[in-house]
Design a protein around this ligand. Structure first.
Ligand code: E4P
Length: 217
C-alpha cells in the first residue's frame, strides 16, 4: 500500500520524505487554509520536494470554471493531480481531464455508488473518507471493502485512496481491505513505528550491551 501524506505543511513532508515514507501528498482547501500559505506557491514547493503525485483541489463548482482551474493547477508541475469533489460537474470534468491524460483524485466519497461513478469517469484515484463515516457511528472500512469488491469485479483501474485516516488502526485496516493508497496525517505516520514492547526491548538491549563493555566501531 502506498503512503500519501495528508498535509500542506512542507517541513512535515520534508521530514517524512527523508525517512522514505512519502509516495505522494494530498491537500485540500482546509489544509491549505491551515498552512496559511498561498495555494499555488505551496503546491509548487511540495511538487519540488516529492516526485510522487501531489493532489491539489479545485475550488469552483461549475464545469467550465473547474476546467479552467484544473488547467491552471496542472501547469504548476507535472506531478500535480487534480482533486475534484464528487459532484456531477466534477465527474464530467474528470472524464475530460482523464481523456487528456491528466491525473485526477475524486474526493469526498461516502458511498460505493459514488465510487462506481468515479471509476466510470476514468478517475485515477477515488478518495473514500473513513474517519468522517466513523464520526457518524458508521464503519468507514465497510466502504473500502465494497469499493474493492466492485472495482475488482469489473477490473476498474481507479486506485482506492483511503482518506480521512485518523488512527494507526485505520491504516492497518485499510491495508487489510486492499486499499491501494492511504493518505495519512504526518503524526499518524510517525506513530506507526511505536510499540511499548519495542521500547522495552530496546532499553534492555541497551543495558545488556553496555554491560559487555564492547563497541562495534
Ligand atoms: C483527503 O484527501 C482529505 O484531505 C483528508 O483525508 C480529510 O481528512 P479529515 O476528514 O480528517 O479532514
Amino acid at each position: 500500500m502506498k503512503f500519501f501524506v495528508d498535509t500542506a505543511i512542507v517541513s512535515d513532508i520534508v521530514e517524512l520524505n527523508d525517512y522514505g515514507l512519502v509516495d505522494g501528498v494530498t491537500t485540500n482547501p482546509s489544509l491549505i487554509a491551515k498552512s496559511g500559505r498561498d495555494f499555488k506557491e505551496v503546491i509548487a514547493e511540495i511538487c519540488n520536494t516529492v516526485s510522487g503525485p501531489v493532489s491539489a483541489e479545485i475550488a469552483s463548482m461549475d464545469f467550465d470554471t473547474m476546467m479552467a482551474e484544473a488547467g491552471c493547477l496542472s501547469r504548476i508541475a507535472p506531478n500535480v493531480v487534480i482533486k475534484l469533489p464528487l459532484t456531477l460537474d466534477s465527474l464530467k470534468a474528470c472524464r475530460k481531464l482523464s481523456d487528456k491524460g491528466i491525473k485526477t483524485n475524486v474526493t469526498l466519497c461516502f458511498a460505493a455508488n459514488q465510487a462506481l461513478l468515479a471509476a466510470k469517469a476514468g478517475a485515477t484515484y477515488i478518495s473514500p473518507f473513513i474517519g468522517r463515516l466513523d464520526d457518524l457511528n458508521l464503519d468507514g472500512m465497510d466502504l473500502i471493502r465494497e469499493i474493492r469488491a466492485i472495482y475488482d469485479s469489473y477490473d476498474f483501474k481507479t486506485e482506492i485512496l483511503a482518506a480521512s485516516i485518523r488512527t494507526a488502526n485505520h491504516v492497518k485496516e485499510a491495508a487489510k481491505e486492499g486499499a491501494d493508497v492511504a493518505t495519512i496525517p504526518p503524526a499518524v505516520i510517525m506513530s506507526l513505528a511505536n510499540h511499548t514492547l519495542t521500547n522495552k526491548g530496546l532499553d534492555q538491549f541497551a543495558k545488556d550491551w553496555e554491560a559487555t563493555g564492547q563497541s562495534i566501531l
